[in-house]
Structure formats: structure tokens, C-alpha cells
Design a protein around this ligand. Structure first.
Ligand SMILES: [Zn+2]
Length: 345
């Protein structure tokens, strides 16, 4: 996480209060929901159609988020139905109330296939083999049995913040034009923060609904998970910036966390610089061979609590795997079954 927003411009001083909205473009409303995490809010977008509403992202299952939605449904949305629910990606703060909302309104559920499948796998407790694989992954990276058990319990807390993910989806793909909120949007599907994260760009109004991919004040979590232990999400993330190259710099970016901002290309450069610094630090620390948990505690000295340590481990592994793909870091097992990483640079 880094505060690198000096050169960005924020047209709004503060977020709308619970159950309130701000109209950021004609017919496109910003609402902000409280999250029970260190990251304490998520933005959602409400778009007025000729007939009912399109909602982008939902928040997760908590009493206060549902109370917010009741206020939003009643007042700004005037009791008119949600016709379409779109999720940018499958993380629980974005998709967690999808089943609840789709059931309530009979809404069409729209998103990418990869995120829908990922969410159905990741927000269920009883997927065969998944707990065992996660446990094995944690032990290999330096956790003891008790620490690994705590991590699994903590993940179950996240799973309980999701309503049932809808059983069918209308799939969207990269490059498609979709129409909602009485304007056309180009779908931009990226990897890195998630497997098939969708952003939406409206060329006519020069607005980008950016999800978690281009956040203004924090760097999106770029992490390796046990399902794909050899993945290179950081390489995917850095490569994804080319997909935004043709968008004008005066685009209004609507992120899922933080305030809407101008300065997308500046922000992309800041994110590139941040990861370059973290890669350099990773190389430097791995001149002393060690496992990933040990490096996580060095790279994130102030982090605590199982979910935050889980994110730190995933982030550290993302930087390690990038360097392994680059041939700068190597991995070997020690006699305790830990994966030990060492840099050659
Ligand atoms: Zn996310």
C-alpha cells in the first residue's frame, strides 16, 4: 500500500454518506458502502436506464451494507427494479451480495466467466480438496500447523460474507461493447488483481469504471494463491497497462476504493514505479535465502492478523514468481519441506 496521489486530481472532497449518492455523470450515481475490513469501504455505481437500473458491484453480506442498499433502493432508485447486476470481479466485497440482489429483483447477472467460476469456487466452504491444498501451500511457505489452521479459519470468515453466487451468468469478454445507463461501454478484461477483472470505458463521456484495477491511493493486491502457485500475476498486471494506453489522460476514473480521480496515466506510472521498487527490495532481501513467510514479515513489518498476513504472503509470492520467470530468483526445497528462495542478482 502506498500513498502516491500527489499528481492526481480529485473532483470530489468526500464520498457520499451511507444510503446517499452523488451523480458523477448524468444518470450515473456513486454510492459508498462500509466494509468490515482495514479497507473500510467499497464504491458501487448505479446507472439509470430507460427502464429500471443497472448496478455495478454489491459489497458483501453485512447488516450495515444491506441497510445501505435498502436506503438506496427506496430513495435514489425510487423503488424501481435492478434490471441488470454487473460485477467487475469475484472478490467478496464486489460480488458478495450478488445472489441476494439477483434473487430479489430477478435481475440479469453479468460478468466475466473466469471471475464467476472463481467466486463459486472460492466463496464455498465445501469444494473438495481446496482446504488441503491451501494448508499444504501455507506449510511449504513457512507457516506452522497452528498458523495454517488460523489462516483457513480466517478464510472461512470471508466465505461467510458471500450470499450464494448466482447459478448462471451473461458472459462479457474483452473488447465487447455493452450498453447500460443509456450509453455504450467498452469492456476491458485484465489479469493481475483478479483473473478476469472487467473495467468499462465510455468513450463518448470519457469515463472509466475501473473496479480494483487502477485505484488512486492504494496499490491493488497482486497476489499468488494456492490454486495457481506458479502464476505470474504481477507480470500480468504490468502487461495490462497497455490495454489502457489509448484512453485520454483526462478520463474520469471511477475506482472501487477511494474517490473518483483524473490522472490515469500518471497513476499507471506510479503503480509501475511502486512495483519496480518492491522487485528491487525482493532481490536485495533474497540475497539471504529464506522462505516466503519470512520475507513477508520483512516486506510488511507492520502487518498483523491472519487475513492481512495472507495478503502479504500472496503479494510477496507475486514479486518472487515474477523474478523467477525473469530468471533472477531460484527456488529449492529444504529438509523441512519449506520452499527456499534465493536471488542470483
Ligand atoms: Zn478486488
Amino acid at each position: 500500500m502506498s500513498a502516491l496521489s500527489d499528481e492526481l486530481r480529485f473532483p470530489y472532497d468526500k464520498a457520499p454518506g451511507p444510503g446517499e449518492v452523488k451523480e458523477v455523470v448524468e444518470g450515473l450515481y456513486w454510492a459508498c458502502l462500509p466494509l468490515p475490513f482495514r479497507l473500510n469501504h467499497v464504491n458501487v455505481w448505479l446507472l439509470k436506464n430507460e427502464d429500471g437500473w443497472t448496478v455495478i458491484d454489491t459489497g458483501c453480506v453485512t447488516k450495515s451494507i444491506k441497510e445501505c442498499w435498502e436506503k438506496l433502493f427506496a430513495a435514489p432508485m425510487r423503488g424501481e427494479p435492478v434490471k441488470t447486476l454487473i460485477t467487475t470481479h469475484g472478490h467478496v466485497d464486489h460480488i458478495g451480495l450478488a445472489g441476494w440482489m439477483v434473487d430479489r429483483f430477478g435481475a440479469e447477472f453479468v460478468g466475466t466467466f473466469g471471475e464467476w467460476v472463481w467466486a463459486r469456487l472460492s466463496h464455498s466452504r465445501d469444494v473438495p480438496g481446496s482446504n488441503d491444498e491451501h494448508h499444504r501451500f501455507l506449510l511449504g511457505h513457512g507457516f506452522d500447523e497452528a498458523g495454517a489452521d488460523l489462516m483457513l479459519t480466517s478464510r472461512h470468515r470471508f466465505m461467510d460474507m458471500s450470499s450464494t453466487i448466482p447459478g448462471a451468468i451473461t458472459e462479457i469478454r474483452d473488447g465487447e461493447i455493452v450498453r447500460f445507463g443509456q450509453r455504450d461501454w467498452r469492456v476491458i478484461v485484465t489479469r493481475g488483481h483478479a483473473f478476469e477483472h472487467a473495467s468499462f470505458y465510455c468513450e463518448k463521456d470519457n469515463v472509466l469504471i475501473a473496479g480494483d484495477h487502477l485505484l488512486p491511493r492504494i496499490t491493488p493486491v497482486i497476489a499468488v494463491y494456492e490454486m495457481l502457485p506458479h502464476a505470474d500475476p504481477l507480470g500480468d498486471y504490468l502487461n495490462s497497462f497497455a490495454q489502457f494506453a489509448s484512453i485520454p489522460d483526462d478520463v474520469l476514473v471511477l475506482p472501487s476504493h477511494g474517490r473518483p480521480y483524473y490522472g490515469m496515466h500518471t497513476r499507471i506510472r506510479q503503480l509501475q514505479d511502486h512495483h519496480t521498487d518492491r522487485l528491487d527490495a525482493t532481490i536485495s532481501h533474497l540475497r539471504t535465502p529464506q522462505h516466503a513467510l519470512s520475507l513477508s514479515k520483512t516486506m510488511f513489518p507492520h502487518i498483523d492478523g491472519p487475513e492481512n498476513i495472507g495478503f502479504a504472503l500472496g503479494e510477496v509470492l507475486a514479486h518472487i514468481n515474477y523474478l523467477i520467470h525473469d530468471g533472477v530468483v531460484g527456488a529449492a526445497s529444504d529438509d523441512r519441506g519449506h520452499i527456499i528462495y534465493e536471488s542470483f542478482a
